[in-house]
Design a protein around this ligand. Sequence first.
Ligand code: ADP
Ligand code: MG
Ligand code: ZN
Length: 425
Amino acid sequence: MAVVKVSLIDALREHFGFDSFKGNQEIIIKSILAGKDTFVIMPTGGGKSLCYQLPALMSPGCALIVSPLIALMKNQVDLVRSYSSKDNVAHFLNSTLSKAQIKKVRTDLLSGKTKMLYVAPETLTKQENLEFFKELEISFIAVDEAHCISEWGHDFRPEYRRLKEMIEQINGNLPIIALTATATPKVQSDIVKNLGLRDPQVYLSSFNRPNLYYEIRPKRKKDQTIREIVKFIHLHKGKSGIIYTLNRKTTEELADMLVANNIKAVAYHAGLDAGTRAQRQDMFLHEDVDVIVATIAFGMGIDKPDVRFVIHYNIPKSLENYYQETGRAGRDGLEGICVCFYSYKDVQKLEHLMRDKPLSEREMGAQLINETVAYAESSACRRKVILHYFGEKYEESQCNNACDNCRNPKEKIEVKNRVVIVLNA
Ligand code: ADP
Ligand code: MG
Ligand code: ZN
């Protein structure tokens, strides 16, 4: 790896125009430039991309960046190019490119002009690509969204499991940097194990989102819950919000109910055709509608900074999901209200959804659901429960009443072995 002659801060200014590093960025970049395997755990919006982009620009050769979503790859490359005067500084290689486009990418790579190549895991399963990469000077491999390697993560991709073997075929000595916003210890150890990270430098950022308010509400009858949601939205008129529901049909029903109550809302789910989905996503981003009622198909890669509330109409299937989904609120650091409706019936619905899965998956799913239930039924500070789940130390005195349990402490009633909580209605 190259000896760094310019200071990192100068390089940051030169390449990105930023005046300072965010969080752990500088120390992470030093670790990568020193050629060490590096594991970066940083919440969404923390600035993970820069951690590999800057060292890629500063190192001889080209960095390979593995990214799970073909749809986002073009955006990422366009973003890198927007910082540079040279379009060939970054490319992507995936199944959407024509033969001529692939040829151009290869020519730029061989000429040494390209510093970053974004690839899908599928790109690395093609032997001819591996052969080509073997001949190329590669600075390091970055595996973005590394949690996709783990079944404990919220977005498991089986192809990620084969990355290690494919990287070894290119060159077993290349430094690997893994990045994720998933902080659960189980996922972390899966990543280290499956990518075969060698004595990695691990950089774990705090996952606390101090500007988010967490609240659990008991879910009663359907029309009553909808009335509560309508009232909530009217109180936050004109603000952007996301409502997550478990199934597609409910997104449509709920969106219709909101519209009938003079709320600008649309439904979003994977059953809609791609054109409609893109159109509705744009309506939300451009604020033609205030509320998007969606299944979890909505959200990955969506970066609307001023989402003011996230409502869960059904309890999510894991606490990790809850954190990621609520994390879409208040990206700009301003207010973000996260309300989750909870009923045991919804828990049974989640369990029912797993009925045809293999036993090991059902067991895993049941454990994740149990943890979510424990969160919903807990009388402890919500933030504390979430952060402890991620292995982070946190005292509820730090919460500043930014959760329902800190704001209105609950009464506890001991019933035999089980603690039954009186929900603050
Ligand atoms: P992540 O991948 O961790 O979710 P991104 O890499 O997409 O985060 O970065 C989030 C935002 O932070 C981007 O808009 C990026 O331009 C910005 N950013 C990253 N590093 C810095 C920095 N050092 N100074 C200012 N803005 C930064
Ligand atoms: Mg990212
Ligand atoms: Zn609290």
